[in-house]
Structure formats: structure tokens, C-alpha cells
Design a binder for this molecule. Sequence first.
Ligand code: 13P
Length: 253
Amino acid sequence: MLKVRKKLVIGNWKMNGCLERNASLLAELRLMGSSERVEVVVCPPFPYVSQAKEILAGSAVSVGAQNLSSFKDGAYTGDVSGSMLLDLGCSLVIVGHSERRSVFGETDHVVATKVALALELGLKPILCVGETLAQREAGEAEAVVQAQLDGVLAVVGAALASDVVVAYEPVWAIGTGRTATPDQAEVMHAFIRAHLERSGVAAQKVKILYGGSVTAANAPLLFVKPDIDGALVGGASLVAESFSLICAAAAAI
Ligand code: 13P
């Protein structure tokens, strides 16, 4: 029998929060019950990783990071290495978020280097892919996503790629309130899985998350789709009630 992929819900706080606000959000998330069916992770900004680890200790919620350096260690002022994240107790790391690509100029090569480094260290990489609105309207969405995947596959190889989590985040849906419809998302997720399969990756093992204006209202509709294995949640992860409801929706499938 095919093993069902456990759902994964990740809160990406982006560059939001302060000690006081985080403390009350984390105290509420601490109360979330554990479930066999869903794994829950929050990714605060670097300075708050330890605060999150401390408050969430012994709870069902684990802690990840939003980025890592493409270098291992050394003279790279301002960067944070994967081994530092491991040292702080992070279990996973988001790589190649569209904001990193568009605002900070991360290329497919840099993203691939980071994914390889995270895998080497035993940090689970959450590889973000997704097209812009112009690319979608030009009919290029699948080609863009395929090229982003291929950039990583070329560096890490098919065998290791099955340990990567893919997050499909259409750029036009991020922070806009304009979610991809469950059908649009499922089409792309199925395409991603088929492409991974064709490339020799054990694709049935790979979790593919959806991200982009996920809310407590639309999450249940997304999670019933066969190739949607969870969500990467931005804005709604900053509110304990909405994030908890999204996690509960994943556990209910
Ligand atoms: P929003 O949920 O705020 O649209 O952000 C999505 C995202 O970028 C998560 O990484």
C-alpha cells in the first residue's frame, strides 16, 4: 500500500515580530495539540530562533529558518550559516523564497548551492519555486517552475532530491489575497511531481507545499487535493488563531 505523505504546515514570519509580540504568539502555538497527520513548523527571523525554541520546547511545533548562507563559514559579514541554524536547533530551512530571488537577486545557482549545503548538513531544505503573473499570462508557468527545479536537480542529483520539500508559491499569490484556486494549484503540483518522477527522483516521497495567501478559509479546499501536502503560510501565520486553524485543517484530512 502506498504510504500517505504526512502533511506539513510551515509558518514563514518573514521580517515581522518583536520579542513581546512573538512571546504571546508562541505561547498560543505551544498549546497546539500534536497530530499524527501533520507536522507544524514556524520560521521566525534569525534573532528570534532561540526565543521560539525556548517557548516551544516540549510542544508539537518545531522551529526552522527562512534562509541560510551559500557559504559554510568564514569572512561573510552578515550571513548566517546552516551549521549555526543546526546549532540553534532548527530542523529545516526555507531556500529560494521569491523575495530572496527578486529582492536579493538569488539566482538558481545560488539557490541550488544552498539546497546542497542544507542537505549535506542534515537540515531539510524547503525549496520555493513559482512563476510571476506575467509568466503565467504568457503561458510559461510550467516552464519557469521546471527550470527552477532543474537548476537544483543539476547540482544535488536525483537521489538526494527526494529529501527536499518543494513549496510552490506563485509570486502573484504571495501577500496579495489572490490565492491560486485549488484546481490551479493541484495542476502545478501534479506537474512538479511528474517532472521529479521523470528526472529520476522518488517523487511519491516528496512533499509539495502550496504557498500564497493561504487562510483558514481556503486551506481545507487546498489540502484535499491529492498532490498538495501542506502549506507555507505567510501573513496568516502571524495570527495564532488562523495558523492553528490551518494546521487543524491539515490534520483533518
Ligand atoms: P502570504 O501567505 O502572506 O501570501 O505569504 C506566502 C509566502 O510567501 C510564504 O512563504
